[in-house]
Structures are given as C-alpha cells and as structure tokens.
Design a binder for this molecule. Structure first.
Ligand SMILES: Cc1cc2nc3c(=O)[nH]c(=O)nc-3n(C[C@H](O)[C@H](O)[C@H](O)COP(=O)(O)O)c2cc1C
Length: 211
C-alpha cells in the first residue's frame, strides 16, 4: 500500500523556511479514495451519494465517465444486480490489475435481501475467486418503481414473474418495491474512516521513527 507521506524532516514551505513539526503534522494527508458505481434506475446512485455525503469521497458513474482507478489509494465500488448479474462485472474484470493491491469494498444493490444465498451465488458465478477473496463485500436492498422503467422491461418482468416460484420474488417483479435505507450505509462510512485513521497512524509512526 502506498503511503501518502507529504511531509518529511526536510520539508520546506514555498519561502524556503523549515516548518516546525506541529505544522508539518497538518500536512499529512489522509488516503485518497473514491466511489465508482454502475446502476441504471437511481438506487445505486443514491447509495453512492449517501456514502459520499457521509465520508466526503467523490462519486463517479462508470456509465458516464471513465475515472482512472490508479489515481486513488482505495475504492468503494457500487453495483446494481440485474438478471442475477452484478452490472459492474465488466469494468471490475477489466480494471482488476490496476486495483488489486488497493483496499476495495464492493457493495451491491438488489431486490434480494442481504444475506440471501442467491447473492453469494450470483457473485461467485460472475466474478473470479481472486477478486471475491480480495474485496470487502456489502449488500443493500434497492428500489424498483415499475412506472419508471421502460415498457419492455416491465413486459420482461411480467413474463419472468409467471415462471417465478418464490412468491416474494414474484410479488417484487409484479408490484415493484422500495427498500432504500440511508442508515444502512454506516458500516461503509466506518470502513472508510477506519482505513483513513489507520493510515494516518502509520504515517505518524513512520514520521516519529525518522526522528
Ligand atoms: C430488469 C431487472 C432485473 C432485475 N434482476 C434482479 C435480480 O436478478 N436479482 C435481484 O435481486 N434484483 C434484481 N432486480 C432489482 C434491482 O437490483 C433493483 O431494482 C436495484 O435497486 C436497481 O438498481 P438501480 O436503481 O441502480 O438501477 C432487477 C431489476 C430490473 C429492473
């Protein structure tokens, strides 16, 4: 892991004066992180925005922009689940080499509830073991407003519902659902803070050892 050590014993400010240590301390920068997500109907965006609001991390919609993951020390990745597939799959596989040494947290947004065995199964079917073993994982429940989706998706869901055996899933497909929960993001915000605190501690420790 790269350590953001902006200060060193020889640090000078722009006028060339050596800064006293207590001022240098303030120049120690927290690790730089970002939230990248893929979603279509707004719920993954909403969770990403809530995490951003509470943690201060910037948010990027991978369907609209191509941020460079190499510019960050750690990443929070958000993905909706559509027809059993995490929508971030292609991006994650294509960019894995760039992020495999960084702390990464993946969160999914689905109709299926967190902890349901299907979620684990769908992740294992779509993402290599190497990725799943590295990332920290979190599941959120999302939203489906049938009035907002295109007609052909409504039609597809209607047909899929006819074949669906689980009555709860069938109901979600025919009536839609709303499970958005702002408080659910707290563990991810805590994950970000713990990472940044730990890094600051390590940086200060190294600084101390230098003297
Ligand atoms: C076409 C379609 C397929 C979906 N397939 C699944 C699925 O296989 N499993 C599941 O748990 N949720 C499924 N959902 C529910 C979505 O994961 C949920 O609505 C999520 O909040 C969508 O995220 P978004 O608003 O960011 O697009 C599906 C929704 C749609 C519209």
């Amino acid at each position: 892991m790269e350590i953001n050590l902006l200060c060193n014993p020889h640090h000078r400010n722009s006028q060339g004066f050596v800064l006293p240590l207590f001022l240098l301390d303030r120049r120690i920068r927290a690790m730089k992180g970002a939230i990248f997500y893929t979603g279509r109907f707004g719920s993954t965006h909403q969770y990403a925005s809530w995490i951003s609001g509470a943690s201060g991390l910037p948010v990027f919609d991978l369907n609209k922009t191509r941020p460079n993951p190499s510019q960050y020390d750690f990443l929070v990745l958000g993905s909706s689940i559509i027809i059993t597939r995490p929508t971030i799959k292609r991006w994650l596989k294509a960019n894995w080499k760039k992020i495999q040494r960084k702390p990464v947290l993946l969160f999914t947004v689905s109709g299926t509830e967190p902890g349901h065995p299907h979620l684990k199964q769908w992740l294992e079917e779509n993402l290599p073991k190497e990725i799943l073993e590295h990332v920290d994982y979190y599941a959120f429940r999302g939203r489906l407003n049938l009035g907002e989706v295109p007609w052909w998706i409504r039609l597809m869901l209607k047909f899929a519902a006819k074949r669906e055996e689980d009555p709860q899933v069938k109901q979600r497909m025919t009536e839609g659902f709303g499970f958005m929960d702002k408080n659910a993001v707290k563990p991810i915000v805590d994950w970000v803070k713990a990472l940044q605190d730990e890094n600051l501690k390590q940086t200060k420790l190294q600084e101390h050892e230098h003297h």
